[in-house]
Design a protein around this ligand. Structure first.
Ligand code: MSP
Length: 649
């Protein structure tokens, strides 16, 4: 059986987790779930990094022992991951006795390979980063890269001959071009190593919260030697553990960009020295920012994942973080974007599809789905479904979570369009069409089952709710088969299978009133931006593609139009935008258009604006129009060959 080992970095226990920590872990969890659904034997490890000066000092500050602090905070990370339904197979702590054994064994192997010698370290150290810095890397007593305070250190130290590994490392990178992803990080590492490597101080004598150096216990090992080794301790290195054979080398270490050098240079060098195979791939993700700033405890701007989990469903947080920015890029965490994605993609696109389809199945055919008569629309739908799977696998292999989700949601859009084109609500009214009605409902339910199964790694709660309501476990030979990618053969739901409606999957959300107000007030940063903008007025303001994508523009066909009583400017329209029921829209176009001018014409409509009351009438969309040179309006229109409901973009 194919095996898959994925790890997260292990988290420092000097404080509590923030949403950035949850992000790395959610990404790893999504991949672990995805590989399980492929039928792979998965080992997913996360845990805590508990030794070192940073933790020792944090404990001193709080008047507790480092072990007490580690116990308390390690539990906080574990509780958070349990709350987030993280499906780790092993939660490792570097204070476990087994870990000390493995670290010391690796050290002895490095020593035996003549890669360690005793000398004196003189230089700068930043406890916050647990990193040594060159004179050229600091300014005003701080690391230029991270802003952490540095202190001068002079002490006896064991050194690792990192310089000896320059060529072997370059050879590894060259022979394994996928070993560091994204490509820009690979290039960064290669050019850093090409610039030459200095030997690395790997022990300290001025504090004692660490793993003792074998045969010289007044030294404790540098915390990064200790921490990185967790990746092999957890799978039973240097013992007869069967996990070792099965899972090492690790398929994927996931990590943030701030700890690239430790993982891409030091870690493979330690392994080469110890005679251990190298991992297959490191994937480096970006940072979640708050108003453009890195989130950190030091800056005091960190988002508490528990608070976010109180505010949003876990599925939504997972979806947002993986859909909003390409894995590898930085991104701003913004509540209005969480809400926009929830409303447009999860609630309107997928949730609404599930809701209306299952309601029709219950009321038209008493919950029983039957195969009937197919036509060319079905062939196109089935082709779209199989293309979607291919794209999901491609995207997941490239760790492009956002692309995988885009493809899955696009299958959901296709199902909405299929319903629109086949209009089961009309077929229901014609007795001669019962066979076709059955087939349209069967196909849509089958399509929803595919979307839900593909969504299992991303939004497991909602996806499982759909599969529960569809009673898939009784449709396949086992529940495991029913909830795996092996179940994705089109038409696997048996003829005559019964399904029901799940409870609401994704409730629509609104930004809290206080935040709406806040949003209106320009922040200091926004003010600065505005000033900069004024200066460069000639430059056009660019928006991100996601910002554009958040506006749902559809083609709408005007079915009814009348003047709003008491207003010569407003018209009341009934517009078909591809849903079961037409939308009611109040449009300020009465001075240019007479109601009868509009009938049966196709126009551009914004369909995901919050409904508003105009002249006390509810308006559920906005017609797009531009001013003409003679002071009138011109509606953006489309020919009849563009079907109502078609997305514009
Ligand atoms: N203990 C080391 C890792 C040792 S691994 C052998 C460490 N710990 S950490 O707690 O500081 O960070 C753990 C991970 O969280 C890193 O991958 C880091 O990039 C990530 N993040 C920290 N802040 C983050 C954001 N604001 N956004 C996204 N990820 C962030 O480093």
């Amino acid at each position: 059986m194919t095996s898959f080992y994925v790890s997260t970095p292990i988290y420092y226990v000097n404080g509590s987790p923030h949403i950035g920590h949850a992000y790395t872990t959610i990404a790893a969890d999504t991949l672990a779930r995805y590989h399980r659904l492929l039928g792979h034997d998965v080992f997913f490890m996360t845990g805590t990094d508990e030794h070192g000066l940073k933790v020792q000092r944090a404990a001193e500050k709080q008047g507790v022992t480092p072990q007490q602090l580690a116990d308390e905070n390690s539990q906080k990370f574990k509780d958070l991951f349990d709350r987030f339904n993280i499906t780790y197979d092993r939660y490792i702590r570097t204070t476990e006795a087994e870990h000390t054994r493995v670290v010391q064994e690796l050290y002895i192997r490095m020593l035996a390979n003549d890669d360690i010698y005793l000398d004196k370290y003189e230089g700068w150290y930043a406890a916050a980063d647990e990193a040594f810095y060159d004179e050229s890397e600091i300014q005003d007593g701080k690391s230029i890269e991270t802003g952490a305070d540095v202190e001068w250190v002079e002490e006896e130290s064991y050194f690792f001959r990192l310089s000896k590994f320059q060529e072997p490392l370059l050879k590894w990178y060259k022979e394994n071009p996928d070993c560091i992803r994204p490509e820009s990080r690979y290039n960064e590492v290669v050019s850093f190593v090409e610039g030459g490597l200095q030997d690395l101080s790997i022990s300290r004598t001025t504090f004692d919260w660490g793993i003792p150096v074998p045969n010289d216990p007044k030294h404790v090992l540098y915390v990064w030697v200790d921490a990185l080794t967790n990746y092999i301790t957890g799978v039973g290195a240097f013992s007869d553990d069967e996990n070792w054979e099965k899972f090492w080398p690790c398929n994927l270490h996931i990590l943030g960009k701030d700890i690239l050098r430790f993982h891409a240079v030091y870690w493979p060098a330690f392994l080469l020295s110890g005679g251990v195979e190298l991992p297959e791939q490191l994937f480096i993700h970006g940072w979640w920012l708050v108003e453009g700033e890195k989130m950190s405890k030091r800056a005091g701007n960190w988002l508490d994942p528990h608070q976010l989990a109180d505010q949003y469903a876990l599925d939504l947080l997972r979806y947002y973080m993986l859909r909003e920015i390409p894995f590898g890029n930085d991104g701003n965490f913004a509540n209005e974007r969480v809400i926009a994605r929830n409303n447009a993609e999860l609630a309107d696109n997928f949730g609404n599809l599930v809701n209306r389809t299952t309601r029709m199945v219950e009321s038209f055919v008493q919950g029983e789905i039957k195969k009937g008569q197919s036509n060319q629309d079905d062939a196109a739908l089935e082709k779209k479904a199989s293309d979607t799977i291919e794209e999901v696998h491609r995207a997941m292999d490239a760790r492009e979570f956002h692309k995988a989700l885009e493809a899955i949601l696009s299958l959901s859009s296709e199902l909405n369009l299929y319903l629109h084109n086949n209009q089961p609500w009309k077929l229901k009214k014609d007795e001669t069409q019962i066979d076709r009605l059955n087939h349209v409902l069967y196909q849509t339910i089958e399509g929803i089952r595919w979307v839900a199964t593909l969504l299992l790694p991303f939004v497991p709660d909602a996806a499982n709710k759909v599969l529960d309501a569809f009673q898939v476990d009784t449709a396949f030979d086992s529940a495991e088969h029913a909830r795996s990618f092996a179940s994705l053969e089109w038409g696997s739901l048996p003829d005559g299978h019964t399904i029901s409606s799940p409870e609401v999957l994704f409730a629509k959300l609104e930004l809290p009133a206080s935040e709406e107000e806040e949003k209106k007030k320009p922040s200091k940063k926004a003010q600065k931006k505005q000033e900069a903008k004024e200066e460069k007025k000639e430059k056009p303001k660019h928006i991100k593609f996601q910002d554009f994508e958040a506006v749902e523009l559809r083609v709408g066909k005007v079915l009814e139009a009348s003047q709003v009583e008491g207003s010569d400017k407003l018209l009341l329209l009934k517009v078909d935008v591809g849903e079961d029921e037409p939308r009611q829209i109040v449009a300020g176009i009465g001075k240019t258009y007479a109601p009868e001018d509009l009938l049966n014409n196709h126009y551009a409509v914004v369909t995901n604006l919050k409904p508003a009351k105009i002249f006390k009438i509810r308006s559920e969309g906005m017609m797009l129009a531009a001013d003409t040179t003679d002071g009138k309006l011109s509606l953006a229109n489309f020919p009849d060959t563009v079907a109502p409901g078609t997305r514009i973009g």
